[in-house]
Ligand binder design. Structure first.
Ligand SMILES: Nc1ncnc2c1ncn2[C@@H]1O[C@H](COP(=O)(O)OP(=O)(O)OP(=O)(O)O)[C@@H](O)[C@H]1O
Ligand SMILES: [Mg+2]
Length: 295
């Protein structure tokens, strides 16, 4: 991935240039994008780090990826990826900007949409604007292979809405007992909602694969027994000092140190996601369903 220029005007010119490619007609796809929401019970467990590195890895594997900062409280993907965007998804929803204008193109396969504070504004749109917005978002879905949502931590209505509308939910925990207890609490709340997508658990910052696996097994067996919820083991990411270093350098670790253990773990996670892509995705589109949650 190339570093983006920091000058705002350059970014805007670049956005305009991207407009040309972003709206060009492409071969129709048989189905909409796979939408993966990444959430956690406790904050600071590595969601953003996983989302950013997964997005870059999937894009390198030829997937057309859109990474959306869905953390309405403390959106920071733009900082993590060193991109500059004065507008976000909320401006699309209120009709002030088009999707193309807010999406920052990182490379041919990867775009980032900054956090959408005030997404509830969609409720104020008239039928015409709403339809136009849904069409543009629907088009994004059709022209994208994977939409990754970096959700906030904890149990908020927003997280529940994103989680319920996604096709897959990746829950992240660390080995800390507090993070495990909080992810379990999130699963408990999700188990009481009408729809819960398939859940995969990622244990981040594990000291060993063995430790990560054992935590994953514990969480899934308790969730199966007491909540009747199935949780799949979606892998372990070892504690790796290259991750905080890469964050300070504002460069994804998979680009900075491609062979480090965290980067290799993310590659395995990407593989798992691609191999699980069985095409059995529900209709209607993700955004259409999502907005249903905000009315
Ligand atoms: N595998 C890892 N090894 C070492 N440190 C890690 C690893 N993954 C994440 N971290 C560190 O954990 C911290 C939190 O990461 P991150 O911001 O991705 O978490 P988050 O879940 O998105 O937080 P929030 O809930 O605030 O959005 C960062 O400082 C990061 O460097
Ligand atoms: Mg985060």
């Amino acid at each position: 991935m190339t570093a983006l220029p920091t000058d705002q005007a350059t970014d805007l010119r670049r956005l305009m240039a991207d407009h040309e490619t972003a709206v060009r007609p492409i071969a129709p796809k048989a189905r909409a994008a796979q939408v993966i929401a990444i959430a956690s019970g406790k904050g600071g467990v590595g969601k953003t780090s996983i989302a950013v590195n997964l997005a870059v890895t999937l894009a390198r594997r030829g997937q057309r990826v859109v990474l959306i900062d869905a953390d309405l409280g403390t959106a920071n993907i733009d900082v993590a990826m060193n991109v500059h965007s004065t507008h976000d998804l909320s401006h699309v929803i209120t009709g002030e900007r088009s999707l193309v204008e807010v999406a920052v193109s990182i490379d041919q396969n990867l775009s980032v949409i900054a956090g959408a504070s005030g997404i509830a504004g969609v409720a104020d749109l008239g039928p015409f604007e709403r339809q136009r917005l849904l069409e543009s978002l629907g088009r994004l879905e059709r022209e994208t292979d994977v939409i990754l949502l970096d959700c906030g931590a904890g149990i908020s209505q927003n997280v529940l809405a994103f989680a319920q509308t996604a096709h897959r939910l990746l829950l992240v925990t660390t080995p800390e007992p507090t993070a495990i207890a909080d992810v379990y609490a999130l699963v408990k709340v999700l188990s009481r909602t009408p729809v819960t997508p398939p859940i995969g658990l990622v244990v981040n910052c594990a000291m060993s694969i063995r430790e990560g696996r054992s935590i994953s097994e514990r969480v899934s067996s308790v969730a199966a027994r007491f909540l009747s919820v199935a949780i799949d083991d979606f892998g372990q990411i070892l504690r790796d000092e290259n991750v905080p270093i890469s964050i300070r350098k504002r460069c994804p670790v998979v680009s900075l140190v491609p062979r480090c253990s965290a980067a290799r773990s993310v590659a395995i996670l990407a593989e798992r996601i691609l191999s699980g892509d069985d095409g059995a995705l529900p209709a209607p589109g993700f955004f259409r369903k999502l907005f249903g949650h905000f009315y």
